[in-house]
Design a protein around this ligand. Structure first.
Ligand SMILES: NC(=O)c1ccc[n+]([C@@H]2O[C@H](COP(=O)([O-])OP(=O)(O)OC[C@H]3O[C@@H](n4cnc5c(N)ncnc54)[C@H](O)[C@@H]3O)[C@@H](O)[C@H]2O)c1
Ligand SMILES: O=C(O)CC[C@@H](O)C(=O)O
Length: 524
């Protein structure tokens, strides 16, 4: 049973996909609640109130997935999650319209002094001359960051007759043309815009993007909006330039620290604020809750998630095609790891035939997860596989070739250690299944599944019989047995499968037999 911690206020109706999932139990509590057994939690659902730090992750060793019911993942230590193999998903577009509408509402309210006038009237005043505003029509609106929300604002601004200037380093000419907006540099926006609104993520590059130096370049009386993330617009610089009368006013939904408590901006009448309300509509909350609840359920069902921050996106169609190879890759990795117990410094993977039409980088990650399983303490999956290999100084090489050794497809992996190397090749045969067809120089053909024993031995009469006798004496039933050799009288291999795992005592007895070169117990 998966234990899902719903740590922030998340729309109850949206949680339905998880509530209906029989293998999950939902716990609606804060991470600080002493009643929550953090060490048993498999998934956590958050909005912006909970900060998922490395310290919190340390207390949650079972955690497999973090779901952010919203866009920004700046409250999640994604690097720490990735290192631990924890998948991070978000709901990237469920609140786009709500946030764009909120920004627009803030802009209109700012330009027409609506909050100030509202307060005044409720104070039994009637000061019509004090609240003279400005039209949006004809104004130059500078949008910094033309992603989902920025684009929706641009569309609305055009309808209001505004002249839209945009700055986004990743904006293509074609997209700017389609949206009928003017692509500019940041400086052009600063110099020409009457109103500037920011819609970038908060990153090392965008933190303080609009600072005192930038504000100095703006027109006197410029208006600023921040409904993206606190800190993109430097709050101290904003307060200084509002205080000295350069800035005409500002509308702020998000703060560097939330809740902000006493704040230098609050003393100015021409600053209007909301408590991070951009996404706070019934529709957006239902959308984002449903999106993340579905994602977490999908993850539990072992299907590909669509909106992961730290996993490659794979559609269900493609995943169905890749699934057989995905399992085979994991098994090859796991076999290799159990046959080469020394420190591996290089893994070279060669994909050939039909498998090369698929996303092989995904298979490489699956192979590494199989390789690291039971080898290191950290849970390794597709999220942290490459990082784990790098941390352990294992070079991972991936090649594509046309030679599939007579099969329709093949995945060949060579592990290199100080003084030897070990190669395994697998293939997937339609209507038949996965097969391992080559091991350490020998052709073989077995199903990579269950409890196996790899025996490399001299090809002499009686060896197979003596192995069989020891196992029989220990009441161990051999389920299947495959043999392979290069030439008569040389070295040979056998791969045996058992219904249960081979015990240490039997392995010891086998190891003492003459003519045995190498023995590896494999559990898949
Ligand atoms: N107030 C709220 O409640 C609320 C709700 C939703 C989203 N948000 C925030 O709004 C922001 C935008 O969200 P979105 O869904 O539109 O994101 P998005 O990823 O669709 O768009 C972000 C855009 O910023 C651009 N960008 C990145 N770095 C830039 C830079 N240095 N200069 C200029 N542009 C840059 C990107 O190219 C992209 O087009 C995010 O910070 C998000 O967290 C706030
Ligand atoms: O949870 C919220 O209401 C805020 C969400 C918003 O900031 C986001 O990044 O999606």
């Amino acid at each position: 049973m998966y234990r899902v911690l719903v740590a922030d206020a998340i729309n109850a109706e949206g949680l339905q996909p998880l509530l209906e999932y029989p293998d999950a139990v939902l716990i609606e509590k804060k991470v600080t609640d002493p009643d929550v057994a953090l060490e048993k939690i498999d998934a956590i659902l958050v909005r912006s109130a909970t900060t998922v730090t490395e310290e919190l992750l340390e207390k949650m060793p079972q955690l497999k997935i973090i779901a952010r019911a919203g866009v920004g993942v700046d409250n999640i230590d994604v690097a720490a999650a990735t290192k631990r193999g924890i998948v991070v998903v978000n709901a990237p577009d469920g609140n786009t319209i709500s946030t764009a509408e909120h920004t627009f509402a803030m802009m209109a309210a700012l330009m027409r002094n609506i909050p100030q006038a509202h307060g005044s009237v409720k104070n039994l005043e009637w000061k019509r001359n004090s609240f003279v505003g400005q039209e949006l029509y004809g104004k130059a609106l500078g949008i910094v960051g033309l992603g989902r929300i920025g684009s929706e604002i641009a569309k609305r601004a055009k309808v209001f007759g505004m002249n839209v200037l945009v700055f986004d380093p990743f904006l293509t000419k074609e997209r700017a043309k389609n949206l009928n907006v003017q692509s500019c540099t940041l400086d052009q926006i600063l110099e020409q815009a009457d109103i500037i609104t920011v819609h970038t993520p908060l990153t090392a590059e965008t933190k303080g993007l609009i600072n005192a130096e930038a504000i100095k370049k703006t027109k006197k009386g410029v208006f600023f909006l921040n409904c993206a993330r606190g800190g993109i617009l430097d709050e101290q610089a904003l307060a200084t330039y509002i205080g000295n009368g350069h800035i005409g006013g500002a509308a702020i939904d998000v703060f560097e620290v939330e809740p902000p408590g006493e704040h230098p901006l609050f003393k100015y009448d021409n600053v209007i604020v909301t408590p991070h309300l951009g996404a706070s509509t019934k529709e957006a909350q239902l959308n984002v809750a449903t999106q993340v609840a579905k994602e977490v359920r999908t993850y539990f069902e072992d299907k590909p998630v669509s909106n992961s921050i730290n996993l490659p996106a794979i559609s269900t169609d493609i995943y169905e095609k890749i699934r057989p190879f995905h399992n085979l890759s994991k098994q090859i990795g796991a076999i290799l790891s159990q046959c080469v117990k020394e420190g591996v410094h290089e893994l070279s993977i060669n994909y050939a035939g039909s498998v090369t039409e698929l996303e092989t980088s995904y298979l490489t990650k699956a192979l590494l997860s199989g390789f690291f399983k039971n080898r290191i303490d950290v849970h390794v999956n597709e999220v942290n596989a490459l990082l784990t290999a790098k941390e352990r100084a294992i070079t991972v090489g991936e090649k594509i070739s046309t030679n599939a050794f007579g099969y329709a497809n093949s995945i060949t992996v060579t592990a290199k250690v100080e003084d030897r190397q070990f190669t395994i090749r697998g293939t997937y045969i339609d209507h038949y299944g996965p097969r391992i067809v080559f091991m350490n120089g020998f052709n073989i053909d077995f199903l990579p599944e269950g409890n196996l024993l790899y025996v490399q031995h001299m090809d002499r009469p009686g060896v197979i019989g003596r192995v069989g006798k020891i196992l029989g004496d220990q009441s161990i039933n051999i389920a299947t047995m495959q043999v392979g050799r290069k030439r008569a009288g040389g070295e040979a291999i056998m791969v045996l499968s058992f219904d249960k795992s081979l015990d240490d005592a039997s392995l010891d007895l086998l190891q003492k037999l003459d003519d045995i070169v190498l023995l590896n117990r494999i559990h898949l």
